[in-house]
Design a binder for this molecule. Sequence first.
Ligand code: SF4
Length: 384
Amino acid sequence: MGPLKLLILQATPFCNLACTYCYLPDKSIKKRLAMEVIEKSVQKIVQAGLIDREFSVVWHAGEPLAAGIKFYRAADAIIRQNLPEGISFKHCIQTNGTLITPEWCDLFKELNVHVGVSVDGPAFINDAYRLDKTGKGTLERVIAGVQHLRDKDVSFHTISVVTKDAVKVPDAIFHFLHSLGPDDIAFNVEEIEGVHDTSSISSVTADELGAFMKRLYELSFAMGSPNFVREIRNAHHAVMGSVMNLPFTLPMESNPLAIINVDIDGNFSSFSPELLGMKHDQFGDFVFGNFLTSGIEELKESAKFKEIATQIIDGVKKCEAECDYFHFCGGGSPSNKLYENGSFNSAETMHCRMTKKVVTDVVLQRMEAMIEHDIPAEYASILA
Ligand code: SF4
């Protein structure tokens, strides 16, 4: 189990937007995580010996900036006070970008926060899905937020949701995102999860999504940054890891306690972050304890935790037995398996077809073409 890589804390469930594909429940609840919950969470994780040398604190599940600047200064101090010497951490915030001000940028620099901005592309893409609560598009406000980041020299990345509309216009999306000035860009295919029980990507074929990713790849190469797109970068690393015969490591989402998710009330879970807060016929929910009243030892004794961990590992074994892409993937996302296939103990999902398999194919095809034409030097920058 572990070591802990991501401590995911829900600063607030509240979000000021109402994106049509959002899977989060409770977005109108205006509560903030109590400092006592943060303190107890860190203390109990440290006591359990789950932290190796470094980990990330990820502020997630709601719009994190809605919690306010003072909240993060206090949270940072509490975390530091409760960590033994020699352990370091970094803050990561994924924001919708609409609330970023110069003061937020000062905080990001002060606490060395890794900032991600959620934005899907130019207005005709972004504002078709990323709406505020009055139904208005949000792109202008995102651009204003990004401008503050740039004015204050705060580096950031973007994450975009790929919908059925997005796959038709890779050039427009790539050039728009590049013009915002991020260090790199990432794409999440619209998922079936939680309260979002359909996906527009269901009507898209793997070939169409492959053409989208291939075009992003070409555009990245053309500007001299083949790793500018996160999914391509991950595929490069996975392919090179396979070529170099690196030992298999279980992906974080399948590795018990590599990720610990804590909600606004102190309830905690593990595995895929999306599981916390979701309901399920067999398991009821995916809460394994509450840091205000229990800890990691109780979690290890929990029958539900053991059953879920076993099913997830069995699902990884199923992937290994059935899937040619296993060495590049490691067994996929438990939450996608559960919500698409009805069981953690399953293999292929629409999500892995449309993300892992398609992207791996795009990268392998280009590598094969390069080797055939005897110009592998193109890959020097990838390996560097
Ligand atoms: S690509 Fe899909 S089926 Fe293959 S190993 Fe990954 S999750 Fe499993």
